[in-house]
Design a protein around this ligand. Structure first.
Ligand SMILES: *[C@@H]1O[C@H](CO)[C@@H](O)[C@H](O)[C@H]1NC(C)=O
Ligand SMILES: *[C@@H]1O[C@H](CO)[C@@H](O)[C@H](O)[C@H]1NC(C)=O
Ligand SMILES: *[C@@H]1O[C@H](CO)[C@@H](O)[C@H](O)[C@H]1NC(C)=O
Ligand SMILES: *[C@@H]1O[C@H](CO)[C@@H](O)[C@H](O)[C@H]1NC(C)=O
Ligand SMILES: *[C@@H]1O[C@H](CO)[C@@H](O)[C@H](O)[C@H]1NC(C)=O
Ligand SMILES: *[C@@H]1O[C@H](CO)[C@@H](O)[C@H](O)[C@H]1NC(C)=O
Length: 599
């Protein structure tokens, strides 16, 4: 008894608070009576009345909404049904938000009288069905959101009077089939979302009549086959999303007539082959996504009509051979993604015709070598990903013609040989990643031509020596990582060749001493894991380190490779002495200065 009185008072108290705020807000012109528990605000410019009853725990639609209301927010409330005439006097209403509630049933007459309504939000409720005539007499409806409900079916005539509708969202329901003529009256529709349902097939007539449609989203359904002619009457369609279905087959000429299509997404399906005529007629296509399928081969002419394509994604497929001229016709292509395929052979001429290509990603295949001049003509290529490709050798002609290349990724291969002057055309290359290969010998010809190289990563190889002439072409370098190799010494004068050097990583080599001639710009020097000799020879190095503790810190924070999110970890930069035996295990920085008295 006491408990129920208290709750009652508490509820009244709450209502009291909102009423006060309502009076205040309406008070600027004349006090507007507002629905209990809601907030009424006039739009600053149009003076239209907006009524906010969001998340008010309402168990029914308020019956005292002001008649002049233009927008009504009833989202996040507790009512489970909309009875007939719920909004019958709101003939000025333009916007009605009923999303994120508990709605399970809607009476056929629930929206009676909403002649002006343009936007209706019913998404994120529990609707399983809608009466066929529920949207009759709403001639101005422009957008209708029904996504994230549990709709199992759509009645034939449900949308038949909505000729001004431009957005219909039916995504994330449980629709298995759609009525064949269900959309035929939606002459003004621009965007149709059917994603996240269980649609297994599309009837030939389904999209007929949607002559204004610009976007069609069929992502995450159960489609298995795309037949010819289903999209035939969609001349204005610009974006078609078919990702995350189970599509095994796309019929030849399936997209014929789609003159405006710019974006086609078939990611995450089960395609095993692309027919010569699959993409026929797509003269406006800019983006084609085919990643995560099982395509095993590409044939010449497959892409011949796609002269405006800019992005082609074919990663995570099963392509085995990149044959001659397979990309011919793609004269506007800028990005080609082919990573994680099963390519064992790249043939000469594979990339012919890609005159505007900027990025090629081939990482994660296994083809051991590249034919001579395979990238010839690709002077706009900017980034080339050839990491994890089982390459064992770079031949001197492989990179011919790549005069615009800025970034070359060759890490995690088995490269033991880089032939003479292999990089000679790469005069604007800035970043070269050769980490984790099997390089042993570098010659004066290895890096010849790389006069703009800024980052050189050689970590994780078998390099024993870096002589003066190896580094001679690299005047521009600022970042040099030679960690995890077997370098025993650096020649006097080596580092003086690199006036811009800011970062030098010599961790985990076999160094016992270093010439102390570090460039003035050096910001960081890493020396962990070597075999330092800590007698008089080490005095200049010790003096340098002690005078520049910020350049040779005892610990540094680094971002490790791999999984996101990456967090900074501290690694040591110990300079551990190996000889003389009396100092073994000590850090050069910690040896008392008396030891260097007589040096
Ligand atoms: C709605 O009810 C919940 C649970 O009883 C309560 O926590 C919340 O404060 C109520 N909200 C309003 C606006 O009354
Ligand atoms: C492709 O599939 C892999 C593994 O199933 C997944 O991790 C990746 O996100 C998918 N890629 C795309 C583009 O959907
Ligand atoms: C190419 O592949 C590599 C390795 O899988 C990846 O890190 C990189 O982001 C990809 N590049 C593009 C442009 O997708
Ligand atoms: C490198 O070669 C070895 C054997 O020679 C092989 O086991 C390994 O998988 C190869 N690694 C790469 C990245 O190609
Ligand atoms: C290294 O070269 C400099 C001149 O560049 C010279 O002063 C110094 O003695 C040389 N050191 C050794 C160990 O040869
Ligand atoms: C580096 O030195 C610190 C003490 O300063 C020691 O705790 C750490 O184990 C050393 N790490 C290595 C890798 O030698």
């Amino acid at each position: 008894m006491i408990f129920s009185v208290l709750t009652h008072l508490w509820a009244l108290g709450l209502l009291g608070v909102s009423t006060v705020s309502t009076l205040e807000s309406g008070g600027s012109t004349e006090p507007t009576p507002c629905s209990k528990g809601c907030t009424c605000l006039h739009d600053d410019y149009s003076a239209e009345l907006n009524v906010y009853c969001s998340m008010c725990n309402l168990t029914e639609v308020p019956s005292d909404v002001p008649l002049s209301t233009r927008s009504l927010w009833l989202d996040g409330n507790l009512f489970t049904s909309l009875p007939a005439g719920s909004f019958k006097d709101l003939s000025n209403l333009d916007f009605l938000n009923l999303q994120s509630g508990q709605l399970a049933t809607v009476d056929a007459q629930a929206f009676r009288g909403l002649h002006m309504l343009a936007h209706l939000h019913l998404e994120r409720n529990r609707l399983r069905s809608l009466p066929p005539s529920v949207f009759q007499n709403m001639p101005n409806l422009a957008s209708l959101s029904l996504h994230n409900n549990q709709l199992l079916r759509i009645e034939d005539k449900l949308f038949s009077s909505l000729s001004n509708l431009w957005l219909l969202n039916l995504g994330w329901n449980q629709l298995v089939v759609l009525p064949e003529m269900g959309f035929q009256d939606l002459h003004g529709l621009r965007e149709l979302v059917l994603a996240g349902n269980r649609l297994a097939y599309i009837q030939p007539q389904l999209f007929q009549g949607l002559t204004e449609l610009k976007e069609l989203d069929l992502t995450a359904n159960s489609l298995k086959v795309i037949k010819a002619n289903v999209f035939l009457k969609l001349p204005k369609l610009q974006k078609l999303y078919l990702a995350q279905n189970q599509i095994v087959t796309v019929a030849p000429r399936a997209f014929l007539g789609m003159k405006s299509l710019r974006w086609l997404d078939l990611t995450n399906n089960r395609l095993t082959a692309l027919h010569d005529e699959t993409f026929l007629g797509l003269h406006s296509l800019h983006v084609l996504r085919l990643s995560n399928n099982s395509v095993s081969s590409l044939r010449p002419r497959t892409f011949r009509d796609l002269q405006y394509l800019e992005e082609l994604r074919l990663s995570h497929n099963k392509i085995r051979v990149l044959g001659e001229r397979i990309f011919e016709g793609l004269g506007h292509l800028e990005m080609l993604e082919l990573e994680n395929n099963l390519v064992t052979e790249v043939r000469g001429g594979a990339f012919l015709g890609l005159s505007r290509i900027a990025v090629i990603n081939l990482s994660g295949s296994c083809f051991q070598s590249l034919p001579d001049q395979v990238f010839k003509g690709l002077s706009k290529l900017h980034s080339l990903h050839l990491d994890k490709c089982c390459l064992i050798k770079i031949s001197s002609q492989a990179f011919m013609g790549l005069t615009g290349l800025r970034r070359l990724f060759l890490q995690q291969n088995n490269i033991s040989v880089v032939e003479r002057q292999s990089f000679i055309d790469l005069q604007v290359l800035q970043q070269l990643d050769l980490r984790f290969n099997k390089l042993e010998f570098l010659s004066s010809h290895t890096f010849y031509g790389l006069r703009n190289l800024d980052y050189l990563l050689l970590s994780g190889n078998l390099i024993r020596q870096i002589t003066l002439d190896v580094l001679h072409p690299l005047q521009h370098i600022s970042w040099l990582d030679i960690s995890d190799n077997q370098i025993e010494s650096l020649q006097n004068g080596t580092l003086q060749l690199l006036p811009r050097l800011r970062y030098l990583n010599l961790n985990n080599n076999a160094l016992s001493s270093l010439p102390v001639e570090f460039p003035d710009n050096l910001d960081q020097l890493l020396l962990l894991g070597n075999r330092w000799r800590c007698d008089c020879v080490a005095k200049p190095l010790r003096d340098y380190i002690l005078s520049k503790p910020h350049v040779v810190p005892r610990q540094v924070g680094v971002l490790p490779e791999g999984e996101e999110p990456r967090t900074l970890v501290n690694i040591y930069n110990n300079i551990t002495c190996r000889i003389p035996p009396s100092l073994t295990g000590m850090d050069l920085r910690d040896i008392h200065s008396e030891h260097f008295h007589d040096c």
